[in-house]
Design a protein around this ligand. Structure first.
Ligand code: C2E
Ligand code: MG
Ligand code: MG
Length: 611
């Protein structure tokens, strides 16, 4: 077999080289052609991603210029195009950032750690409006570690920031008055204490509590109460200085923080200004409401008091102010804390006093000055405290009012007093004209069913309505005049008698004597006290007597302690007297044996009078 070996070798070599070259060519093609093509494709892809991204993307130089920005960033900053943004913003720190040093912080972070995460700042848009942005960025370096540029992304977080701000605002402010709330106040107070220590300037906390706000709320409704609170907030703002903080911390409680005080009297002056500012009546709907506040002041001359104790002390001082008179202020002194503790004890104990049967009534005679006959008695409440003994009403009536306990307590008083009087009347058929006077608090009169309550008790005890005289004070008329007047008229129509108690103090006005369906006006003890050595009191009383006569009102003098007072009152035309001169308030049993009760005293007193 003849093989052409050279030919075969040639063909083999040709094929070998052909295939090797083809492989090499393929390899070469791959090695030379593919990177460019792929890179181009990939560049295009990335370019498209960057150009169409919804996030703003940038590259910027370390000295604060943009190298490249995408259209989303331009849109975010309010520019038409990326080019527009680049050519308008020459200095990112100055032209973009609301606080240019925020940009320095951004750069410092990048220099120190090569990246920043979730960096929040406020920037200006082209129009000048301000938005919140969040940036993520990194530093790009060359192989030697030299910083080349920064690159990163930006998103608009204005909406979230606004929502956050709203939440923070809501958490720190009172929604009704937009004043700071307790949380924010306490924070400011802490800061103020630190500042005060540093600057050795004084600071004061004023605790402002409205008097009788609950009356407005209960009788005129919450809307009226809200309006009142808004007006009060506004007036408080007017009374203090621009830099002072006012907060609303409870229903009708406000606190004021005064800083940089040199003397304590600067704080009392502001308290006085608040009192004055609150004086004018506040129009609510078609009515006008008078309001006042009691203010407690805690002062620290040197920032050495803790914030908590300043708050507590101003609260204690406020309670002290409340016990004085309406619309007054008191400066804290350490004794007040003891008083506050006492008050708390009373408040707790009082809740059980009624059900534990610790309440007692004492009765004080009312004496007809002309013939020295006892025409009636006033029922006066006492609390027989298991540990503290007999507590006078001055110590707990206000607390009972504040807590609303006066309503059940008042019901008990009324029932017990009527029952006792009916018992006496049965014992003394010879003196059927005796009346029982019962104090009725404003809170009781606010009760919708007060008229029904009185009717029910009269029915239960069988006391004739004409033998009951309810004593009210003028403050009960402060709110919802019409409704209260209607209730008084209804009581009057039942035959119950009405007396204006404590006339001549507080809000007493002569006008009320003619507008209310009264039978009696009781001249306050303070008035009677001044009567004998105070000319103006004498003249004022004369005027009241003249008016009472015209209005056919019976006049009772309260707190008569001396014969001289008795005589002056009688000379002025006062009909009835009540006071220690005649008898102190006594338990029912003791009164039953009292000469006034048994009728023996008449002659004796007349003798003394004649002498
Ligand atoms: P009020 O109704 O004006 O009662 C007269 C107060 O003057 C009584 O004080 C009485 O003890 C006192 N007093 C009478 N004569 C004299 C006197 O010659 N000299 C002096 N220094 N004081 C005299 P009390 O019993 O402490 O009552 C104080 C106030 O507490 C009462 O003033 C009344 O506003 C209130 N109160 C008493 N009981 C009740 C009650 O059952 N319900 C309500 N809502 N308030 C009551
Ligand atoms: Mg009274
Ligand atoms: Mg009185």
């Amino acid at each position: 077999m003849a093989f052409n070996l050279p030919l075969i070798a040639l063909i083999g070599a040709t094929l070998f080289f052909y295939f090797r070259e083809a492989r090499l060519r393929r390899q070469l093609q791959f090695a030379l052609k593919s990177p460019y093509a792929e890179k181009r494709q990939s560049d295009e892809r990335f370019h498209s991603i960057v150009e169409n991204a919804v996030e703003g993307i940038f590259q910027s130089t370390p000295d604060g210029r943009y190298l490249h920005v995408n259209p989303a960033l331009a849109r975010l900053y309010g520019y038409e195009t990326a080019q527009d943004l680049k050519s308008n913003l020459h200095n990112i720190a100055k032209d973009l950032y609301v606080a240019p040093n925020r940009r320095s912080e951004f750069q410092t972070l990048l220099q120190e750690q090569d990246f920043v995460r979730d960096f929040e700042s406020q920037v200006y848009q082209k129009s000048g409006s301000i938005i919140w942005i969040m940036e993520n960025a990194r530093a790009v370096r060359d192989s030697q570690g030299e910083l080349l540029y920064y690159e990163g992304s930006v998103i608009d977080i204005t909406q979230r920031k606004n929502a956050e701000e709203r939440l923070v605002y809501q958490a720190l402010h009172d929604s009704l008055t937009a004043l700071p709330n307790r949380l924010l106040f306490e924070d400011r107070l802490h800061q103020a204490v630190l500042r005060s220590k540093r600057d050795t300037l004084g600071l004061a906390v004023l605790f402002v509590d409205l008097d009788d706000f609950k009356l407005v709320n209960d009788s005129m409704g919450h809307e009226a109460g809200d309006t009142l609170l808004r007006v009060i907030a506004e007036r408080l703002r007017n009374a203090v200085r621009e830099e002072d903080t006012i907060a609303r911390i409870g229903g009708d409680e406000f606190i004021v923080l005064l800083e940089r005080l040199k003397e304590v009297h600067e704080a009392t002056e502001i308290a006085e200004r608040i009192v004055t500012e609150l004086q004018p009546p506040i129009p609510i709907g078609e009515r006008e409401v008078f309001t006042s506040a009691s203010i407690g002041i805690a002062y620290s001359a040197d920032g050495l008091h803790r914030a908590e104790s300043l708050l507590r002390d101003s609260d204690a001082a406020m309670y002290q102010a409340k016990t004085r008179q309406k619309a007054s202020y008191a400066l804290f002194n350490p004794e007040m804390n003891t008083k506050l503790v006492e008050r708390l004890e009373i408040e707790t104990g009082l809740r059980f006093a009624l059900e534990r049967g610790e309440l007692r009534l004492h009765y004080q005679p009312l004496i007809e000055l002309e013939n020295n006959v006892m025409s009636g008695v006033e029922a006066l409440l006492r609390w027989e405290h298991p540990a503290q003994g007999l507590i006078p009403p001055g110590k707990f009536i206000q607390i009972a009012e504040d807590t609303g306990l006066i309503v059940p307590i008042g019901y008990w008083v009324l029932e017990e007093a009527c029952r006792q009087m009916q018992e006496w009347r049965a014992e003394r058929p010879d003196n059927p004209l005796m009346t029982i006077n019962v104090n009725l608090s404003g809170k009781q009169l606010q009760c919708e069913d007060i008229v029904a309550q009185v009717a029910e008790i009269l029915d239960k005890t069988q006391l004739p309505p004409t033998a009951l005289k309810l004593e009210i004070t003028e403050s009960v008329m402060m709110t919802d005049f019409d409704t209260t007047l209607a209730k008084l008229n209804a009581l009057k129509a039942m035959g119950v008698k009405l007396a204006m108690d404590d006339f001549g103090t507080g809000y007493s006005s002569i006008a009320s004597l003619s507008t209310l369906p009264l039978d009696t006006v009781k001249i306050d003890r303070a008035f009677v006290n001044r009567l004998t050595d105070h000319k103006e009191t004498h003249s004022a009383l004369e005027a009241i007597m003249t008016l009472s006569k015209a209005l056919k009102l019976n006049v009772t003098g309260e707190g008569i302690e001396t014969n001289q007072q008795r005589r002056s009152l009688q000379d002025l035309g006062c009909h009835v007297g009540q006071g220690y001169l005649f008898a102190k308030p006594l338990p029912a049993a003791a009164l039953s044996e009292h000469p006034y009760f048994t009728g023996v005293v008449m002659e004796r007193s007349d003798e003394r009078r004649a002498a």
